[in-house]
Design a protein around this ligand. Sequence first.
Ligand code: GLU
Length: 321
Amino acid sequence: MRDAQCSLLLESFLHELHSKYKSCTEGTVANYIPELSKVNPELFSICIATVEGEIYQVGDYNELFTIQSISKVFVYGLALEDRGRDYFLTKVGVEPTGDAFNSIVLDEVSKRPYNPMVNAGAIATTSLIKGTGVTERLNRMLDMFRRYTGHNVFVDISVFTSERVTGHRNRAMAHLMLNFGTIDQSIDETLDLYFQQCAVMVNCHDLAVMAATLANKGINPVTGEQAIDSCYIKDILSVMYTCGMYNFAGEWAYKVGIPAKSGISGGIIAVIPNVMGIGVFSPPLDLRANSVRGVKVCEELSQKFGLHLFDCSRQKLQFCN
Ligand code: GLU
């Protein structure tokens, strides 16, 4: 356990980061899903959940927003459980693209999407979720999110509908993959599921607990429930590390050095294995679609506590006893 002094240090550093970046006005909120453009750009929260289940949070951590691309991490885990690693790899690769998340590109030879974190790969991943019909498949996904957050979650119908009627690019990708036999005929059902998983409502506290569950061998540290088979944690964290931050993933891995995933609603999760999960929420995005404040906060947390996975100079994380 952390001693009182360490807890205080962590708590006060989160407050320091929050006040430092609260006034930052860089970035713009996503507007390509029309409903997302209505969000208040000033919302800002940071939350840390440790693998012991301790929570440190500051700002608007109860504010709900749609999870968007961060859902890809968790649905990837469910698809691995449903289909197994070997079969999954025949459908979706694990190679970073260096391209934007919504680029319409498949591997030239295999016709697979490059990885489960870009939209094409995520749609193919969703198509692999088992269940009889769309309702059972959606319910299995919602139950999976319940295990990670520790409570029932809901789909925001306005955001879901907004993306459903404007998501032509995602629809085009699904058709391209159908053309190559990467996904099956049930395109409309798969796209509905995909848009619904992106429209699941969470808050910043949830993000941190979900990340901490990945840090804690798949066991939710608050409820004690196993959310995913621990044998798939390394698959998930490897892909987050190499592909999680859009076309900033390489620089992120180099500078911050933590497996992470961001979403266009302004959330970021970061996982420090066996230690803690970090959640940050702030809607304005930079040019690569990552939350401006979220990136700055994670950079500073990584530096302050020596979180970079390959930092040899760290003996032990400084706030851990
Ligand atoms: N629902 C969004 C899409 O598919 C998610 C994008 C994101 O968060 O990166 O385009």
